[in-house]
Design a protein around this ligand. Structure first.
Ligand code: GLN
Length: 456
């Protein structure tokens, strides 16, 4: 804990942390020491971790990257936070992220990182002029810069896999419903999933085992599947593993350096006994319009709770209740969040619901069916995490579409609720890390971590 607290102080300029409390962390570490001395064998006893600032925590403030929640402190811990603490973890702080997890570059955070007096872009430790990916940018940077051994993140449309890929670390989004969403500030409830980011698949397996499990009283979408030991298959042979290669994932539009790194990784898999099988996911391109209808629709509903009445920011000067709502939301939300609330409200409104939202739901089902078709011919599906390496801070300017398009390879698994892991696969353009994405069928996390581990 002391080692990592020192690293965190030394590398504040990366902008990864939004809240630290060294004394609170030390107190937790001392308790872990006492438990260890008393013979504790808890899986993560004394292991320092940090949480994406989208998980509510009692001991640290929670902002979700938004001015709306500046100064907010939750009266309870998110289930994932509680479970990791019960496994012995010591919390080192809260990590920067895009506002309400909306973004692909961590450039949408309105929260002020530790050591700064205004909001800052989070910096990729491989090149501090580049973005770390998002929305779990702080979570990926903290691991990649060795500020903490492992972190939590959330993935709605790629927010664990993509920053892990851009920062050269490992991250896994489990099957939708594996981890409880209780205490995760909601973005798009039918897509949001928690998962770990760490240096290795082995570390991810340890964390994921502690994070998952049913939570029927608090999250009605948490699955009735007992907690599993996701480490159990780590060293299994890959002999005969069928790796599906969707032609849509290996088409034009992927940067040559990214493609070369993926090809090299796939060759390694062949050497380990795996077979590459051509497959098709024909509706890949539709994942972008479908996701950017469904996610904003759910967000517009979820974010209606931020009205200045119950918690968070409230405008100072207003004339009546409606004026208070309007001013509070105008001041509290950033541009990207407002854009999504407007898109979401539009696609859910009378006269447009059938044309947009309902259509999107139908295509979402077809995308899920395409995966089931593909899994008849393969055990896991390989692809890029993103079409390029991490871009420069500010490079996409104020063009939100440029960010949306870069999500093309992570959105399909999210829409289908499938697990996906990002595995470091060498380096591409500008010497930046490349992530290989492996997608598994429902509940195949142990197999995914096995495949990721064998490459490391
Ligand atoms: N980049 C996607 C978005 O902006 C995904 C974000 C996420 O997974 N939280 O919605």
């Amino acid at each position: 804990t002391e080692h990592f607290l020192a690293r965190m102080r030394q590398h504040q300029s990366l902008g990864a942390f939004l809240a630290v409390d060294e004394d609170a962390s030390r107190a937790q570490a001392r308790l872990a020491d006492e438990r260890l001395a008393a013979g504790s064998t808890a899986a993560l006893e004394g292991v320092p971790l940090a949480h994406k600032d989208i998980f509510v925590t009692r001991d640290f403030p929670t902002t979700a990257g938004s001015r709306m929640l500046a100064g907010y402190r939750s009266p309870f811990d998110a289930t994932v936070v509680r479970k990791l603490a019960e496994a012995g973890a010591v919390t080192l702080g809260k990590l920067n992220c895009d506002e309400f997890a909306m973004g692909s570059a961590n450039e949408n955070s309105a929260a002020v990182p530790v050591g700064f007096d205004s909001a800052q872009p989070v910096r990729n430790p491989w090149d501090s002029t580049r973005i770390p990916g998002g929305s779990s940018g702080g979570s990926a940077v903290a691991v990649a810069a060795r500020l903490v051994p492992a972190t939590t993140g959330t993935d709605t449309g790629g927010s664990i896999r993509q920053p892990a890929g851009f920062c050269g670390i490992t991250g896994i989004k489990p099957t939708y419903g594996r981890a409880s969403r209780y205490g995760m500030v909601a973005f798009a409830s039918s897509l949001d999933q928690a998962g770990p980011l760490a240096r290795t698949a082995e570390d991810c397996a340890l964390l994921l085992s502690a994070m998952c499990g049913p939570d029927p009283d608090r999250d009605s979408t948490s699955l009735d599947r007992p907690a599993e030991d996701f480490s159990r298959q780590l060293n299994d042979s890959l002999d005969g593993l069928r790796i599906g290669m969707p032609k849509e994932f290996f088409a034009d539009g992927v940067a040559p350096g990214v493609r070369a790194a993926l090809d090299a990784a796939l060759k390694e898999y062949e050497k380990l006994g795996a077979h590459l099988v051509p497959i098709s996911l024909p509706r890949t391109e539709l994942a972008i319009p479908v996701y950017y209808i469904i996610a904003p629709a759910e967000a517009s509903s979820n974010l209606s709770r931020f009205d200045g009445v119950k918690f968070g920011h409230r405008a100072k000067n207003y004339t009546d209740l409606m004026d208070m709502y309007k001013k509070t939301r105008a001041e509290g939300f950033g541009d990207e969040v407002k854009r999504r609330i407007m898109i979401g409200t539009y696609v859910l409104s009378h006269g447009y619901y059938d044309a947009y939202y309902l259509q999107a739901q139908k295509i979402r089902r077809m995308i899920a069916d395409d995966f089931q078709q593909a899994f008849k011919a393969c055990d896991v599906i390989a692809g890029p995490v993103a079409p390029s390496v991490a871009w420069k801070i500010g490079e996409h300017g104020s063009d939100p579409l440029a960010d949306y398009l870069a999500d093309i390879f992570t959105l399909p698994a999210s829409l289908a609720g499938l697990p996906g892991v990002s595995v470091p696969a060498g380096f591409g353009e500008h010497g930046m890390p490349v992530g290989l994405q492996l997608i598994g069928n429902y509940f195949q996390e142990a197999l995914l971590l096995n495949a990721a581990h064998r490459l490391q």
